[in-house]
Design a binder for this molecule. Structure first.
Ligand SMILES: Cc1ncc(COP(=O)(O)O)c(C=O)c1O
Length: 355
């Protein structure tokens, strides 16, 4: 019999060597108050459920619209950009994957800030590329090195608002950053619906700037998997070559189109979350946590006074799940998603007893 190599050796060396991306815990049993993955605590618009039910009675034996035309037309009106400027994705992670595959090849460099969304690293590694992490300054503003025009640099990711900090870089600073960079800049606006401003207008002014969005957070559709990209039409057209032919299924297209159509639901939901975020921030500060001003649907708490991991563990024992994050060379913290008032009340009263 022919000698075969060990299974591990069948893989490309960069796949063998890389650490897997580990998503936040999704407990399937128990009665957790779940404040660990920035889901929306409120349900999606009832119109979404109705649209999915209608799609279910339609012909599932047929393939879906490969370009998500109905969604793009409705989103075009909401965003004020033509439909040709929009690409649909199976969650915004799919959009980030498509963009990385299109722009970044082996040996190229992909830049991201640190600490931020760890998936960007994984996407670079999958391409056999190098990831270049540039530390934020202590106040979560960008370091001048973030704009360095390295020769191999092919793509820059900037989550805005950032996770885990919830901090925001102004569109003016982003415009100046793009002017110094030699490559495209993707502004990941997963949380922008909770912020005071966004970068859609910049996309219209400068083809180098792209914006990705998700329906997982502000539209309460994490379970549906839908995101989109706003970029110059020439970029969108070329990215269509890279995406899976049918990257969004018929049910998610129907649900996403109904969701973006119900702007009133979005705004009511957003107002509740921002009000809770404000109250939560003041209470956590009263408990002597250091809390960043957040422009997202979560808050980032650090402490020089007390270890945070035991607090995370004790909260978990009491069925309250927050995200403990430890960033080597930076420090650790608790990222707590904004829940309903009752959920946050329960979390805060446990914290009060613990500290
Ligand atoms: C900064 C950032 N970008 C993108 C995503 C992915 O969102 P989606 O659910 O659309 O894949 C997340 C999810 O947590 C995120 O935090």
């Amino acid at each position: 019999m022919q000698q075969t190599r060990a299974i591990a050796d069948w893989f490309r060396p960069e796949i063998q060597a890389m650490q897997p991306y580990v998503p936040g815990e999704q407990p399937q049993g128990g009665k957790f108050i779940k404040l660990n993955t920035n889901e929306n605590p409120y349900p999606p618009s009832p119109k979404v459920v109705a649209a999915i039910q209608a799609a279910l009675t339609a012909r599932l034996e047929r393939y879906p619209d490969p370009l998500g035309t109905a969604f793009r037309y409705r989103a075009s009106e909401v965003l004020g950009v033509p439909p040709e400027w929009i690409l649909c994705g199976n969650g915004s992670d799919d959009i980030l994957t498509i963009v990385t595959r299109a722009f970044v090849g082996p040996g190229h460099k992909l830049r991201l800030p640190y600490p931020s969304y760890v998936l960007y690293r994984t996407l670079a590694q999958l391409q056999g590329a190098v990831f270049d992490e540039v530390q934020f300054q202590a106040d979560f503003s960008l370091h001048a090195d973030f704009a360095r025009a390295d020769e191999d640099l092919r793509l820059v990711f900037l989550p805005n608002p950032n996770s885990p900090s919830g901090s925001l870089i102004s569109p003016r600073d982003i415009e100046q950053l793009a002017a110094r960079l030699p490559c495209p800049l993707l502004v990941d606006e997963a949380y922008a619906d909770f912020a005071d401003c966004n970068c859609i207008e910049l996309v219209k002014k400068n083809p180098q700037i792209m914006v990705s969005r998700t329906l997982s957070k502000s539209y309460a559709l994490a379970g549906l998997r839908f995101g989109y990209l706003v970029a110059h039409p020439q970029i969108i057209e070329t990215l269509r070559k890279v995406k899976d032919s049918y990257n969004c299924d018929a049910l998610s297209l129907a649900g996403a189109t109904a969701a973006i159509d119900d702007q009133q639901w979005l705004q009511e939901n957003r107002s509740k979350i921002l009000a809770t975020r404000g109250r939560m921030t003041s209470h956590l500060r009263e408990l002597e946590f250091d809390v960043c001003d957040s422009q997202a649907n979560f808050v980032w708490c650090t402490s020089s006074k007390r270890p945070l991991k035991p607090i995370y563990e004790q909260l978990k024992q009491q069925q309250v799940l927050v995200r403990y994050m430890n960033y080597p060379g930076w420090g650790d913290g608790l990222r707590i998603s904004v829940g309903t008032d009752d959920q946050i009340e329960a979390c805060l009263s446990l914290l009060k007893a613990l500290v």
